[in-house]
Design a protein around this ligand. Structure first.
Ligand code: FAD
Length: 309
């Protein structure tokens, strides 16, 4: 029986691990299919405080992991495939092996929906992005494309106009899904151009390890053209990694875990941190901050004999 199990080893899970380990709770951190989480997909991170020159995402994660290990956190490879959250002890199945814990921290993140193009994965962090707040700054006076037609695509496009010379929004239909007010803002912005009834078919240039152009197909005429751009932002939504908790915890309509009073979920003793419960900020620092909160909340819950009062 463990005091704390932490699901996920992104910034939220690792920060929870540092705090829980320093509180002598010897947490078990479960890696999942993406050890280190989303930051392992990127190159330069320039907005994590404490690193004025920036650092590589995988290096930041390696340091956090070493820090958690230094205080006694244990790591387990594998993904959680089933959970029993009726009441503590909670039973967690990790690739067929069952572990029990008195408190559980869920930090399983959210995955950006991708286009599914072969070049897209290879160029992520090299001109392909899913986060304008994270990467917009790298595209000063350059040409970028944003894929999507909802509010978040327009938010990304409008934010990118602060840096880019031109932002082309590409959408598979001839009208946007976004709210009227966002549409009005986007249409009024002279830096935003629209490419209707179209979808990216390929991103170039994998050989050069940078984005140089997007091959675009017009879905009505079938015509294919190459558009020269320096970056492409995929903004077609995120999927929170919560399938395994469906029906066991309160979630919003999309599947993000609902938290209250810090990181508490609808089940006492189960806490959620990072992108799995945050569809607004989605940053490494906010994920890390809520990981810290979850560890403190879990520690208090255990101190009060598992009641949390
Ligand atoms: C390309 C890219 C660039 C980015 N750049 C920046 C940046 O410059 N600055 C910034 O602040 N933010 C950036 N972000 C956002 C940042 O990476 C996320 O906000 C942050 O990683 C969220 O942390 P998290 O710990 O909540 O989740 P994640 O990092 O998503 O980690 C989730 C963890 O949960 C695990 N997991 C999932 N399902 C299961 C399961 N069933 N069982 C066990 N484990 C599971 C995964 O394997 C993973 O280890 C970027 C994101 C991307 C994709």
């Amino acid at each position: 029986m463990r005091d704390v199990i932490i699901l996920g080893s992104g910034p939220a899970g690792l920060t929870a691990g540092v705090y829980a380990a320093r509180a002598h709770l010897t947490p078990l951190i479960v890696d999942g299919h993406e050890p280190g989480g989303q930051l392992t997909l990127t190159t330069m991170v320039e907005n994590f405080p404490g690193f004025p020159e920036g650092l590589l995402g995988p290096d930041l994660i390696r340091s956090m992991r070493r820090q958690a290990e230094r205080f006694g956190a244990e790591f387990r490879q594998g993904a959680v495939t089933a959970v029993e959250l009726g009441r503590p002890p909670f039973r967690i199945t990790i690739d067929g092996m069952v572990e029990e814990c008195r408190a559980l921290i869920i930090a399983t993140g959210a995955s950006a929906k991708m286009l599914g193009l072969p070049s897209e994965r290879q160029l992520i962090g090299h001109g392909v992005s899913t986060c304008a707040t994270c990467d917009g700054f790298f595209f000063q006076d350059q040409e970028v494309m944003v894929v999507g037609g909802g509010d978040s695509a327009l938010e990304e496009a409008l934010f990118l106009t602060k840096f880019a010379k031109r932002v082309t929004l590409i959408h598979r239909r001839d009208k946007l899904r976004a709210s009227k007010i966002m549409q009005e803002k986007a249409f009024a912005n002279p830096k935003i151009a629209f490419l209707w009834d179209s979808a990216p078919e390929e991103i170039r240039d994998v050989m050069q390890q940078k984005v140089t152009a997007v091959r675009v197909r017009n879905l009505k005429t079938g015509a294919v053209t190459d558009r020269a751009v320096d970056g492409i932002f995929v903004a077609i939504g995120h999927t929170p990694n919560t399938a395994v908790f469906q029906g066991l915890l309160e979630m919003d309509a999309v599947g993000y875990i609902t938290t209250h009073d810090g990181t508490k979920t609808s089940v006492p003793g189960v806490f959620a941190a990072g992108d799995v419960q945050d569809h607004v900020y989605r940053q490494a620092i906010t994920a890390a901050g809520s990981g810290c909160m979850a560890a403190i909340d879990a520690e208090r819950f255990l101190e009060h004999g598992g009641s949390g009062d």
